[in-house]
Design a protein. Structure first.
Length: 107
């Protein structure tokens, strides 16, 4: 019986670890021509508190990254980084192209 309980605890712990977002660090977000992450959707990116998001320009058109309390320059190449310390959901847009939207969910 003791072995069964230990096995069940180990399996439950492993399953719980898989459900948790990646540890804080840096995560890259693609800035394509008129989209964040991938074309045709409004993505939600989930990260742990303390993670730095780095937007990487991959297209040819000018874009910016704007959220509550931050704004990147409008540019056609390079990167922009922002650390997300507090938990919550944050809307991010490109003010140059109003269809470019994403949500950052910090847990």
């Amino acid at each position: 019986m003791k072995k069964l309980v230990v096995t069940l605890v180990a399996v439950g712990t492993a399953a719980a670890m898989l459900a948790v977002p990646a540890l804080a660090g840096t995560a890259n977000i693609k800035v394509g021509d008129n989209y964040f992450v991938r074309p045709g959707s409004t993505p939600t990116v989930t990260v742990r508190a303390g993670t730095t998001l780095r937007w990487v320009w991959a297209g040819r058109k000018p874009h910016n990254v704007v959220g509550s309390g931050f704004r990147s320059p409008t540019k056609t190449s390079g990167t922009y980084s922002r650390k997300f310390s507090g938990k919550g959901s944050f809307r991010v847009i490109c003010t140059v192209h109003s269809s470019m939207k994403m949500t950052v969910r910090v847990v």
